[in-house]
Each structure stands twice: as structure tokens, then as C-alpha cells.
Design a protein. Structure first.
Length: 288
């Protein structure tokens, strides 16, 4: 039996994960939730009252030596760094929600410590599991559309969020772009009160990111032979894919993504933020 703890449970993701584990013992019966932590004590207590966890801890590091794995779903990206680092240094398999963290420096430190300790990590935005993106990627790879000419992707943003402003929700669209095309070479972005537009340059085409106040996750692809438009309508169903990946990692100790893949959204979001803050095109530097 593997024992895990959920930290940063002040959002909908933690109850969703715990609820799945409770509803599907045939999939997760070998994994036990031993407790939860949140700076929001009411949120942690509610998970206990709802029968999703047996106890609520007073500190995020409480579960060191008491759990085989950690799921960190804290709302603020800075808390992902703060809460995860003790467990990473201890070599504990850790799921880190989007954004992986907020700064490239933090991402590099987390990856460096994970490598030293042999800590397997996973996480990020659930959008990388969207079946609509997978189908579109497969169509591109088949060659039936010809070469990509350009693309436009949209997803929500909350520029005034108390949980990191732009960074709170921006990881979803970053993950969509990376899933489709990988890291761009550079970005040129402009920010407004409730939105951000970013031109992402690749070798032979550009993709435009539209961060908007509405909750539409979409991709418009312009290709040599045809165009395509898809919306990701199954976002609420993707928690299970995330949880499945984490549980496989917990059982085997093997990562299904590289450390660089986990840090890539941080590199992209940092470049977008630098660009709209300075009004200049900015390079996107991979984090290794």
C-alpha cells in the first residue's frame, strides 16, 4: 500500500483527485490518502468532513517520513516551490499542479534538487491530455493537412488573480501550445486589463496565443491544404488522466515526461511576461 498526502487543497483539483480515488478502488485501491494540508484551514477541514482524507496537518512539510508520495495542488505557483522542495529533496514522488512554479530560477532549483535526490516528478496543466489536441496532432503528423502555416490558440486568464495574477491560469494555454508545437524561439506579447495576446515564433510559422476572460479552450490551425478548428470540451474529465500518470509514477518510480518538459511552461510564461512588461520581443530559453 502506497501512502500519499495532498497539500494545497484550497481549490477544486484536490477534492477531484481524492474523489476519484474513493470512487474507483479498482484503479486506486493500492494507494491511501493519509492526510491533507492547506493554508486555508476550512478547505482542509472540509476534505476531512467529506470523508476524502482522515486528517488535516498544520504545516505543509508535516508528511515528511509519513507519506510515500505528495500531490501539490496549491493555488499559488510560489507555493508549489515552497511546499514541494522538502519532499523533492527527500526523493519523494511529487505531483505539482500548474504552474509548475513561477520563476525559471525556482524551476531550475527544483529540477536540480530532483536530479540529485532521484525524485520523480509530474504535473502541469491537464490540457496536455486533451483528446482534441491529440487528434489534431495526429492529423498534422499524418501529412494530410500539409505543412502548418500558422495557428491561433485561446484559453482563459485572470490578470487580477490574488494567486499570481497572470501566472495563475496562464499555464493551461502554455501547455496547449507546447503540446501542439513545443517551445517557440521567441515571443512578442501585449497585455491589457483582462487579456494578453502573444505572438510565438517558430522556424517557419507563428502561433498566436489569445488569453481571454472567457472559459474557451480552442485551437485554430491554418495549414497548407486545409484549416481546422477544435475546442477542448473535456477539461473536467482530464483529472483522471493526470491522476493515472501520477499513480503509475508512484508505483514504478519512473517519469513519463522529462524534467525539461515540466519546466517548459515556466520558460514560456516567463518570456511572455517579460515581453508584455517591456514591450519588446523576448527569447524563450529552455530550463535544464
Amino acid at each position: 500500500m502506497k501512502k500519499i498526502a495532498l497539500i494545497g487543497v484550497e481549490n477544486s483539483h484536490a477534492p477531484a483527485f481524492a474523489g476519484l480515488m474513493k470512487k474507483k478502488p479498482e484503479k486506486y485501491g493500492d494507494i491511501e490518502i493519509v492526510g491533507v494540508y492547506s493554508y486555508d484551514g476550512a478547505a482542509a477541514r472540509k476534505m476531512v468532513e467529506d470523508g476524502l482524507a482522515p486528517m488535516a496537518a498544520d504545516t505543509p512539510s508535516y508528511f515528511l517520513g509519513k507519506a510515500d508520495g505528495i500531490i501539490n495542488t496549491a493555488r499559488h505557483g510560489d507555493s508549489h516551490y515552497e511546499f514541494s522542495m522538502p519532499y523533492i529533496k527527500a526523493g519523494i514522488p511529487t505531483f505539482i499542479d500548474k504552474p509548475f512554479c513561477i520563476s525559471p530560477r525556482s524551476a531550475a532549483e527544483m529540477i536540480g534538487e530532483a536530479r540529485k535526490a532521484g525524485a520523480p516528478l509530474c504535473g502541469g496543466s491537464c490540457l496536455r491530455f486533451a483528446p482534441e489536441l491529440a487528434a489534431l496532432k495526429e492529423e498534422i503528423a499524418s501529412g494530410s493537412l500539409g505543412s502548418v502555416v500558422s495557428a491561433a490558440l485561446s484559453a482563459p486568464v485572470k490578470m487580477d488573480s490574488p494567486f499570481g495574477n497572470f501566472f495563475f491560469y496562464a499555464g493551461h494555454l502554455a501547455q496547449m501550445l507546447l503540446t501542439m508545437f513545443g517551445l517557440p524561439h521567441s515571443v512578442y506579447a501585449a497585455a491589457h486589463e483582462k487579456s494578453v495576446t502573444a505572438l510565438c515564433r517558430y522556424g517557419d510559422f507563428e502561433a498566436v496565443l489569445h488569453y481571454t476572460p472567457n472559459y474557451v479552450y480552442s485551437v485554430t490551425l491554418y495549414a497548407e491544404k486545409a484549416n481546422r478548428y477544435v475546442t477542448c470540451d473535456s477539461v473536467g474529465d482530464l483529472y483522471e488522466a493526470e491522476l493515472d500518470e501520477y499513480c503509475r509514477m508512484l508505483r514504478t518510480g519512473k517519469m513519463e515526461e522529462s524534467y525539461e518538459d515540466l519546466a517548459a511552461p515556466v520558460a514560456l510564461l516567463d518570456a511572455i511576461c517579460r515581453s508584455y512588461s517591456t514591450g519588446t520581443e523576448q527569447p524563450v530559453s529552455p530550463i535544464a
